[in-house]
Design a protein around this ligand. Structure first.
Ligand code: NAI
Length: 286
């Protein structure tokens, strides 16, 4: 496994998380290849990065020259073979095990043999994703939080087959890019998303039991010191993404009733009101 400093990276998936992670890497001085199957998603992702960096320049949190250099470090591509030179590949595509497994099987063939392959999954088994490769020892989870450029925490997830050296190198890398790494074992929901299941499902039950309206729940929890209430947080995360996390933690613990999703979560997903990204979720957005 590589012990050289990681300078060449790739991010696969240019959506909410992928473009945020690419920005974090580029502003930390790393070269990034951002890949997506959809050219419009790729363009939206690049535009989101440009817009956020421009706002940072306006707020005098970075210079125009630093913005230019960061943008120059990012290359976008619709072709997965663009990851071939990367020393670290971070996958941030849709939260579906079949899609991730098939992607990791391809990455295993395309990426340099010394490269670390990381998944940003929020709740799927890193071990199951790694099983699609011939080298599961180089597969780990690097779970960034939303919004990636702002949230300091990154869960560094190791499965039973992840090599210790790989995990240690990933811990050091996360620190180097200015984030706060925590090492966690590969269990359903890891640490944060496991605790967060009760936060979200109890909020649905409060509303279902007519204890309070959604707006009141959000307002009261903010007043109690939480940075966001559960419903506004779900709108930010994506109601579909949060529901997928609920389902996979529930499955992962063999239908333990503590983790049972609420039927209203599924209904919202079925309605297509997925939160901020669709302009409508628990709340409406312009
Ligand atoms: P998203 O739906 O915003 O973006 C996913 C992107 O992946 C889309 O642009 C899509 O075109 C692309 N894609 C799909 N299949 C692909 C493939 N085979 N190759 C290349 N690109 C492909 O999703 P989001 O929210 O960014 O989530 C991505 C991952 O990050 C998921 O695993 C999710 O669980 C995880 N995550 C999400 C968080 C959130 O708050 N949204 C927080 C932390 C992790």
């Amino acid at each position: 496994m590589t012990v050289e400093p990681i300078v060449r990276t790739a991010v696969v998936g240019a959506g909410t998380m992928g473009n945020g992670i690419a920005e974090v890497l580029a502003t930390a001085g790393k070269r990034v290849v951002l890949v997506d199957v959809s050219s419009s998603a790729l363009e939206r992702g690049m535009q989101a990065i440009r817009d956020r960096l421009r706002r940072r320049v306006q707020k005098q949190r970075m210079t125009a020259e630093e913005m230019k250099q960061a943008l120059n470090r990012i290359e976008s591509s619709g072709d997965l073979s663009a990851v071939a030179e990367a020393q670290l590949v971070i996958e941030a595509v849709v939260e579906r095990l079949d899609v991730k497994k098939s992607l990791f099987a391809q990455l295993d063939e395309i990426a340099d043999l010394e490269a670390i392959l990381a998944t940003n999954t929020s709740s799927l088994s890193v071990t199951a994703i790694a099983s699609a490769t011939k080298h599961p020892e180089r597969v780990i989870g690097l779970h960034f939080f939303n919004p990636a450029p702002v949230m300091p925490l990154v869960e560094v997830v190791h499965g039973p087959l992840s090599e210790r050296e790989v995990v240690d190198q990933a811990m050091a890398f996360v620190k180097e890019i200015g984030k706060d790494p925590v090492k966690v074992t590969d269990t359903p929901g890891f640490l944060v998303n496991r605790v967060a299941r009760s936060f979200h499902s109890e909020a649905f039950r409060l509303v279902g039991d007519h204890v309070a309206e959604k707006q009141q729940v959000d307002r009261i929890l903010r007043a109690a010191g939480f940075p966001m209430g559960p419903f506004e947080l779900q709108d930010l995360i994506g109601i579909d993404i949060n529901y997928a996390a609920s389902c996979s933690v529930y499955e992962g613990y063999f239908h333990d009733p503590r983790f049972r999703p609420h039927p209203h979560q599924r209904q919202l997903v079925e309605s297509g009101a997925l939160g901020k990204k669709t302009g409508r979720g628990h709340y409406r957005y312009e």
